[in-house]
Design a protein around this ligand. Structure first.
Ligand code: GDP
Length: 331
């Protein structure tokens, strides 16, 4: 077994930008072992106390259905960003990787160029039991990456289910990648996600696809006009890009920079991050309450019988809850 390092060794390594120690600290965060978890919390709180740079970072969420071109886009955006002198971390939130062993976002062979770039750090989705757990570990990982000097954090998620809402809750800017002409059913499904987006980008706008990408841009721009304005004074634009030719990549980054400038000037950036912190705390608290409750021997002993009665219709669900928790006056 690998020797465990001290808290200071991790902290100093991370603050010095040591990628190996950063990776090992993230592995601690992802560990289920209680000793690892304690050490991980120590490392995290010491690192955060010693680094004050994280408000200067840019956190960007990127989503889109499988095949839309997320990894190709991140590969080329990453090259652009490191060319501008940024240091970039790419994290993924992929709840499917827990269920099937396989993952919609694929394995580490994605973003081959970027993974060899010394100014980029790629970390796939942590293994975890629930989206909530995965999200929690990703937030902690994000903080460590920032402390290690990565100033742009891209969080990629696959455009199915709840993971985009969760990622939206941890980023400053949320980018939705879309295909031109992908059909109404897909767009219907995307409506909720469209409302979260700070920008839409139509991918694969190259060669024969250019006219349809431009048509899609106009259609989505019209659709976005129907949404109520956001409280930041920011109007989500619809852009086009190609990972093959590189067209539009610079413009997308410029858009993100403008959004950052606007929200930092208005104070929204700080307020928004504070609200995200609070929401994180609340979701952790609920998660912890839930798991502590179900771990209690007395509850475990009663639960099975109660569930049987509820199923059989001999005990009404409301009464079943009262009999487990006691009535509100008692607590
Ligand atoms: P992901 O599943 O969203 O990560 O999508 P990928 O990045 O793996 O891309 C899916 C497919 O689309 C691959 O076959 C890519 O080669 C192709 N693709 C990605 N970006 C572009 C692009 O800008 N132009 C064209 N023509 N094809 C692209």
């Amino acid at each position: 077994m690998r020797q465990r390092l001290s808290c200071d060794q991790y902290v100093n390594g991370i603050l010095a930008g040591d990628r190996l120690l950063l990776s090992r600290a993230i592995t601690l965060i992802e560990s289920r072992h209680p000793d690892d978890q304690l050490l991980a919390q120590d490392v995290l709180s010491t690192v955060l106390a010693k680094s004050s740079t994280n408000f200067n970072s840019t956190r960007v969420g990127i989503t889109g259905v499988p095949g839309v071109g997320k990894s190709s886009f991140i590969e080329i955006l990453g090259a652009h960003l490191t060319g501008l002198g940024h240091r970039l971390a790419v994290l993924t939130v992929d709840p499917t990787s827990q269920r099937s062993g396989g993952s919609l976002l694929g394995d580490k062979t994605r973003m081959e160029q970027l993974s060899m770039n010394p100014n980029a750090y790629i970390r796939p989705s942590p293994a975890g039991d629930s989206l909530g757990g995965v999200a929690h570990r990703t937030r902690e990982t994000l903080l460590l990456c920032e402390a290690a000097g990565f100033d742009v954090i891209l969080i990629e998620t696959v455009g199915v289910g709840q993971s985009e809402t969760v990622v939206h809750g941890m980023v400053d800017f949320f980018l939705l990648l879309m295909l031109a002409g992908a059909g109404d059913e897909l767009q219907g499904m995307k409506r909720g996600i469209m409302e979260l987006a700070d920008a839409l980008a139509i991918t694969k706008a190259d060669g024969d696809n250019i006219p349809s990408a431009n048509r899609a841009r106009v259609e989505y721009q019209n659709a976005l006009h129907l949404f109520p304005p956001t409280d930041t004074g920011w109007y989500p634009p619809v852009l086009t890009c190609s990972a093959t030719t590189g067209d539009g990549i610079d413009h997308i980054w410029q858009t993100i920079v403008e959004h950052q400038q606007l929200t930092r000037r208005s104070g929204y950036h700080t307020t928004h991050r504070h609200e995200q912190q609070l929401a994180w705390f609340r979701s952790l608290l609920r998660h912890e309450l839930d798991s502590r409750f179900f771990k209690q021997p007395a509850i475990r002993a009663k639960l099975e019988a109660i569930e049987k009665q509820v199923k059989a219709g001999t005990l009404f669900p409301v009464q079943a809850v009262q009999s487990l928790l006691g009535s509100p006056e008692e607590s």
